[in-house]
Design a binder for this molecule. Structure first.
Ligand code: ADE
Ligand code: ZN
Length: 324
């Protein structure tokens, strides 16, 4: 029997979601029309047909092109609210969402437009749907350290509403060590630290994320499985991994969903959560848990994973306890 309805009803937290990556093709066209932005695609069908990637970079090229339709505070607010409505329908009770300010400031959209728009959508979602959320500012790792420092500076007026910093975009060739100093500065400001590592990059990048960036949570981490010492360290520290099986499949990090390493990660005692990354490309609404059964995850493990998602969140302990 399919576990899909059971999973859809399971209260959960989403810990790995790029809000720009939540933009559905239909919404992309609507924003393009009203903002008079020319898209490199003629139709929704053409975008969907382009969701045929060989690697992460193939996807990122489309992701950054699509983000160009976002121009006003209202665009950011509507995009966020649309995501939260889909998430709430999938029993997501809390979401910690990534945003990529440099994707917008580099094309002349002020940080304020992005941050205030997203925060307005998050506040509306809490009032309308009861879904709580937190914002994580990601530095684009294909850009340099100075650009990351400038972004952290631009974020200063909003730091009371930004939970943490993250690291995303093209992984290979851009090791965590490149951002050690800016992560140290972010930590000194009281921000939480997370980083994508071991999605396409080697286990050494996971070690760097732990030792140099001093992360509180690991995004992806798949390739940690290549290094038994690293697995033991992650398990001993109870480090939460925000794993995204469907995204891994679509971006060719794995070639077959039934061979996803989630069961092995659980067997090795890792604190795994299942997440959606960029829902439209994953062909999933939210919390890719709905496809976890194809990766051989059992009903009992799914309940544990949902519990892990609240435990691994940055909610205060009393709120975690309320959800678990
Ligand atoms: N930005 C959006 N999705 C991403 C992913 N899967 N990996 C790295 N950066 C991203
Ligand atoms: Zn991601």
């Amino acid at each position: 029997m399919s576990l899909t309805p059971f999973i859809a009803g399971l209260p959960k937290a989403e810990l790995h979601l790029h809000i720009e990556g939540s933009l559905e093709p239909e919404q992309m066209f609507e924003f393009a029309r009203r903002n008079r932005v020319a898209l490199p695609f003629a139709s929704v069908e053409e975008i969907k047909a382009a969701y045929d990637f060989s690697n992460l970079q193939d996807f990122l090229d489309i992701y950054y092109a699509g983000a160009d339709v976002l121009r006003t505070e209202d665009d950011f607010r509507e995009m966020a609210l649309a995501y939260f409505r889909r998430a709430a329908a999938d029993s997501v009770r809390h979401a910690e969402i990534f945003f990529d300010p440099q994707t917008h400031t580099d094309r002349g959209i002020p940080f304020q437009v992005v941050a205030d728009g997203l925060l307005a959508g998050m506040d509306e979602a809490e009032r309308e749907l009861g879904v709580t959320s937190k914002l994580i500012l990601c530095f684009l790792r294909h850009l340099d350290e100075n650009a990351a420092f400038a972004t952290l500076k631009a974020a200063e007026p909003w730091l009371d509403r930004i939970e943490g910093v993250g690291l995303d975009s093209s992984e290979v060739g851009h090791p965590p060590s490149k951002f050690e100093r800016v992560f140290t500065a972010a930590g000194a400001l009281g921000l939480k630290r997370v980083a994508h590592a071991g999605e396409e990059g080697p286990p050494e990048y996971v070690w760097e994320a732990l030792d140099l960036l001093k992360i509180d949570r690991m995004d992806h981490g798949n390739r940690s499985l290549e290094d038994p010492t690293l697995i033991r360290r992650l398990a001993a520290e109870g480090m939460t991994l925000t794993v995204c099986p469907l995204s891994n499949h679509k971006l060719c990090v794995i070639d077959d969903l039934t061979k996803h390493p989630v069961p092995e990660m659980l067997k090795q005692g890792l604190h795994v959560t299942l997440n959606s990354d960029d829902p439209p490309i994953s062909a999933a609404m939210t919390g890719t848990m709905s496809h976890a059964e194809h990766a051989g995850v059992t009903r009992e493990q799914l309940v544990q994973i949902a519990k892990n998602s609240f435990e691994g969140s940055f909610l205060p302990d009393e709120d975690k306890a309320r959800h678990i």
